[in-house]
Design a protein around this ligand. Sequence first.
Ligand code: ARG
Length: 463
Amino acid sequence: MAMWGGRFTEATLAEFRDFNDSLSFDYQLALQDIAASRAWAAGLLQAGIINQTEAQQLDAGLADLAIAIKADPKLPLQTQEEDIHSWVEAQLTTTLGNVAKKLHTGRSRNDLVATDLRLWTRLSSQQVRASLLGAIAALLAFAERAGSAVMPGFTHLQRAQPVLVAHWALAYVEMFKRDLGRLDDALKRLDVCPLGCGALAGTGVAIDRQLLAQQLGFAQAALNSLDAVSDRDYVVELSAAASLCMTHLSRLSEDVIFFCSGEAGFFKLGDAISSGSSLMPQKKNPDVFELLRGKTGRVLGHLVAILHVLKGLPLAYNKDMQEDKQGFFDLMASWQQSLRVLATVLPHLTVNEAQCRLAAELGYSNATDLADYLVAKGVAFRDAHELAGELVLAASAQQKPLEALTLAQFQQICPLITEVVFAALTIEAGLAKRQALGGTAPHQVAQAFIAAKQWLELQTKSS
Ligand code: ARG
């Protein structure tokens, strides 16, 4: 039965109900609705609206309902109630009778749904947080396995300078660390309780809202009733955090897809995480990384959708806000699943060290090292750049790498060059030189790895 029948004389149309009702998706808030209702019942007792016996009845009835939901989370879908709030009340009325009709005193579905969704978001954010830490751990394990493997680093997708494969993996660790910071930051502002704000103007019940907030595990009660019932900032903030994190995941996927291609051949996908082609027998496709890239589009879409839902809304609650849920539920699920999948597939990704090294040796990615060698000889960098460029031109005319030029050929362009140039042009020399903080020198990468591992341990302990 609807919660608002009294002033209506006609039945509602089935098609209107289909469009209006939200039980088909907000049933996922059942446990949160029950938790909020238990706290509210305790508040009603304190305010003298219900007596001890009634409070106990309500609490026991709600506790039983929570057990039933845990056993069968889709239980509400067996009914035709309008939404999860109506469902909880209807169930209580069936089991407890008249006392259940007192539960909704002084509250509204507007403050209730705002509270339920915050409770749900807090819980699912904790799950995302754990999955994000899992993805970081998997990246660190990959970096460790990559050891001293070296590959070309790219700018403009042109081979630029050699980097350690581990340095590449640690770049994504940095991104995910920032994502975790954004998630935690959004959760600070989520930590506010709207319950007790009524429909929009505040509740008439003499309730201690700070105590109510505390009981539900919130840091404080929301300070303005109009804002409290219509604030969905946390949905936007988490959707934005998810969008950026997924964007990082998508860039990582794009890298991996290219690194696994026949053209690069740096990484190899294990059979357990690859798919084939129904037509071309030779194919082994990186579907999983393509899907991660694709899911990113879906998550970004949800962010844009919620911003559009909110942007034109007058204060306070409007039914448009019911549209906050489906996209957001999907966003949080897609985010968490994507992070979990990344952690699952990374152990099946291997590095083809020989191929990586070969590619790092080609493409004149040691040309900067040649310029730096000339700088060490006292040549100004701009001139050194010019000379190194001329040597690249000379070498490429002969279709040779720089180090295959003879000393005489080097000296023809710059007489200052000696035999030592060949040592300066090795990959090892180029890597070792980049030893300032944040560089790809093996020692720096090892330090960065240790720091990231320590950071992860600290995060895992504190969560
Ligand atoms: N199903 C609604 C939502 O998700 C609950 C609040 C309904 N409030 C109301 N006054 N119609 O937003």
